[in-house]
Design a protein. Structure first.
Length: 504
């Protein structure tokens, strides 16, 4: 914990207020760990950040420890399995060789019998010729025709015997079977991981307000393990289109819902419990799950408030946007694991993902990251001066953005704007009046749902098609389970479950 000591010189200003908030406040205490001076409010914020970073380091350590155990077990299991597979292969190979040898022996024996029969037949005919020759000698009579016939027979027999040869055609591989068992690893990656954690720790000791953009590169090496771990606590269940069809339309939550996202079965949400602390919680919606109906699992959220939240199926994680960076969250075995994925600071930040990339928007830029959170593209992008960006979502081909536009009468108009992947505008459409609370999410390939704080929602496509849907209650937050089942909320301890049975 950051320990504060009182400062006698009240003329010193708070470092965080001047650098981060562009204000001047007297520093009333000093952090004994980093020797920076803060006002009481900033000291509390600084302490929360240190606690969150400590939690991140603990999670990283536990994750790495678990990964080591998994890899150790993997080595043992793969060694045993490989030897078993090889033993089975060689036994089968030897059996097949023995079977093939017996077949070849049978073919050789069969051919030998046929050849021996041919020779025996010739030899029998030769005996007949000998009898005829002996008859000529005894009678001392030599008939030209008979002798000519014997000459022809002997000549024929000689040709047959002369033509008799043995040919062998074979394909007997001399190469021995080969098998390589090798562990692939990168000592450089391990070294970088150690340096990475050490760098994060040293940054917190020196100055937590001026952190360079350090990427959590070690996550790329453990992403498959994290995917497996993230799904261990979830049953092999995929909701069908009638998931919410025959049940109560409302589901209570243990805490007030602020932002939320769905992993395709259940809901993770953030909650503003008081002005000092937020939390994240996980609500089970599957009535067949043993944890359904229990209090929502939760954990304090010690960094800045979550302003946007999505589920990224490609990495099997929730992605949370805050003004101090982008975080990933996994929930497994009733535990949350939080990691800082992108250290990008912005007051107005939103996040969306498609199959291969996650997009992060700020007031002036769009940044695109791959599944390892490596920046692959950055685009300058601003909305019109009379518009305020509120929410966006993407598919593999379309970017859908909603803004609040002020018209000539200074009224707030909700407008949806569609772009291609290079942010070339396709079209923009006014949806209706809006008080500022609104959200857009992808339903399927080219269908998007919009809520604007009222008891209606809109289904729209990039072609300009629009369908208005009545809701049971007002909604300003939406999460899509599948194309028929939608979850809605509006800053309440309650979720509205919608099943669109007749939408084509």
């Amino acid at each position: 914990m950051a320990t504060a000591s009182s400062l006698n010189d009240s003329s010193d200003s708070c470092m965080r207020c001047s650098s981060k908030y562009n204000r001047i406040q007297p520093s009333l205490c000093q952090c004994k760990h980093c020797s920076e001076s803060f006002c009481f409010d900033c000291m509390k914020e600084h302490n929360d950040e240190l606690q969150q970073n400590k939690a991140e380091l603990t999670d990283q350590y536990n994750e790495l420890k678990q990964l080591i155990n998994e890899k150790r077990q993997l080595i043992t299991n793969e060694t045993i399995k490989t030897k078993q597979d090889l033993n089975e292969w060689f036994m089968k190979y030897i059996d097949n060789l023995a079977i093939e040898k017996r077949r070849i022996d049978m073919d050789i024996d069969k051919e030998e019998k046929q050849i021996q029969k041919l020779v025996f037949d010739i030899e029998s005919e030769l005996q007949t010729c000998m009898v005829d020759i002996q008859g000529f000698t005894k009678t001392n009579t030599f008939k030209s025709a008979a002798m000519e016939k014997l000459y022809d027979k002997l000549k024929e027999f000689k040709q047959q015997i002369d033509s008799l040869t043995i040919t062998k055609k074979y394909d007997l591989p001399s190469a021995m079977p080969k098998y390589t068992f090798k562990a692939d690893y990168s000592s450089k990656t391990i070294t970088n991981n150690t340096q990475q954690i050490s760098t994060i720790f040293n940054q917190q000791k020196s100055n937590t307000d001026n952190q360079p953009n350090i990427k959590q590169s070690w996550q790329a090496n453990m992403i498959e393990s994290e995917k497996k771990q993230a799904t261990e606590d979830k049953p092999s269940f995929v909701p069908d289109e009638n998931y919410f069809g025959n049940r109560d339309r409302y589901e209570l939550t243990s805490y007030t819902v602020n932002c939320m996202a769905t992993d395709g079965i259940n809901i993770m949400y953030s909650s503003i419990e008081d002005s000092q602390h937020d939390l994240i919680a996980y609500c089970y919606l599957n009535v067949n799950d043993s944890k359904y109906g229990q209090d929502d699992s939760c954990r304090p959220w010690l960094v800045s408030r979550i302003v946007d939240m999505i589920w990224w199926k490609s990495i099997v994680k929730f992605v949370c946007a805050t003004k101090d960076g982008i975080f990933t969250v996994t929930f497994a075995n009733k535990k949350f694991k939080i990691f800082r994925a992108i250290d990008n600071r912005s007051e107005n930040v939103h996040v969306a993902a498609n199959t291969n990339f996650v997009w992060v928007t700020t007031d002036e830029k769009i940044m695109i990251y791959d599944i390892t959170f490596k920046l692959v593209r950055s685009m300058d992008f601003k909305v019109a001066s009379n518009c305020i960006r509120r929410s966006f979502c993407i598919t593999d081909n379309v970017v859908a953005l909603i803004v609040i536009r002020k018209d000539q009468r200074r009224s707030n108009i909700l407008q949806v704007q569609f772009y291609d992947n290079n942010m070339g505008k396709i079209r923009s459409l006014d949806v209706g009046a809006c008080d500022g609370s609104c959200m857009i999410r992808t339903v399927e390939a080219d269908r998007f749902i919009i809520v604007n704080g009222e008891n209606i929602s809109y289904l729209m496509t990039s072609k300009g098609e629009k369908l208005t849907l009545a809701l049971g209650k007002e909604a300003s937050c939406v999460a899509v389970i599948n194309r028929r089942n939608i979850v809605l909320s509006k800053s309440e301890s309650e979720l509205q479950l919608i099943n669109f049975k007749y939408i084509t």
